[in-house]
Design a protein around this ligand. Sequence first.
Ligand SMILES: NC(=O)C1=CN([C@@H]2O[C@H](COP(=O)(O)OP(=O)(O)OC[C@H]3O[C@@H](n4cnc5c(N)ncnc54)[C@H](OP(=O)(O)O)[C@@H]3O)[C@@H](O)[C@H]2O)C=CC1
Ligand SMILES: O=C(O)[C@@H]1CCC=N1
Length: 299
Amino acid sequence: MGVAILSGVLASLDAKTSFVPQPKWESHTSGTVTPQTLEDDSLPSRFIACVSREETAKKLRNAFVTIGHLGRNVEIVQARNVEAVRESNVILLCCKPQIAQTIMSEPGMKEALEGKLLISILAGVTIAQLQAMVLPSTKVVRAMPNTPCKIREGMTVVSNLPPSDESELERSIILNIFSSIGRCRFLEEKHFDACTALSGSGPAFACIFLEAMADGGVMMGLPRAEALELAAQTLQGAARMTLQAGTHPAQLKDAVTTPGGCTIAGLLAMEDGRVRSTIARAIQVATERASELGQPAKK
Ligand SMILES: NC(=O)C1=CN([C@@H]2O[C@H](COP(=O)(O)OP(=O)(O)OC[C@H]3O[C@@H](n4cnc5c(N)ncnc54)[C@H](OP(=O)(O)O)[C@@H]3O)[C@@H](O)[C@H]2O)C=CC1
Ligand SMILES: O=C(O)[C@@H]1CCC=N1
């Protein structure tokens, strides 16, 4: 996920320097920030990506050299977390939830983080848990991004900041980063497990639906590539109609459904398969699982 965020931010920087227009949305749900709504859209200009294994470092160096950023504004470091944090102002914690404690207790880490902004994308690890791992002067914020950040179509939820002048600066840093790679909105931390399930895990759930639609097309004789294109563009179109025009999905569905036609026949087959409750329950179960991820493993 860290690579997806960094790739998206770098693509955003490239887009600015080559004057490619930012993605545009016609309207905004209240509280959601997009590149269009941001007045000062300055982004960080230097990035250090930390990994633990040489194999991963090599893979990342190859990936970032290919897109022309390695050595220019991106450095990949292996097993040098404290050193990297010392050189940074904003730290994005992107390891697995169970590794956080090990990384945060590395000798010198607390001091390296002193007075800095720590943004954690870890599922299930609370601000209170993270705050206990750092000095009081370290500002801890949670963010829940998703993989489409890589192509600047992400959805990121960020935990609310208390109102203060200092928070305003942090708020703008966070918005500059995450709204450059998609939509970004602030929400109370109590909603984070649900957001983790809905938008964090959501791309995986959406891909199951996408794949199943394409499979149906293949079953009916469509070539695989075309079936996938049709399914993906159709899902994107329906999603954009909801986001841009603010049309309720039920209204969109009704507009497609000709009385006595084929859509209602397909819809009834879906209802027979309890597709709505199955999908909604998947979000419920994933939310419950997300809440367990920050807890110590049971023996
Ligand atoms: N995947 C997703 O769609 C989303 C994930 N998240 C959250 O993001 C986090 C990461 O998930 P994901 O990207 O899927 O996991 P990955 O396992 O793909 O990535 C974890 C990264 O952490 C690095 N890492 C592990 N240990 C250390 C260490 N000691 N020091 C420095 N780096 C280390 C790994 O490098 P190395 O290989 O070298 O060990 C690897 O690059 C999780 O907390 C997850 O909850 C949040 C939203 C969406
Ligand atoms: O599966 C996971 O635990 C992470 C969190 C959200 C998406 N991936």
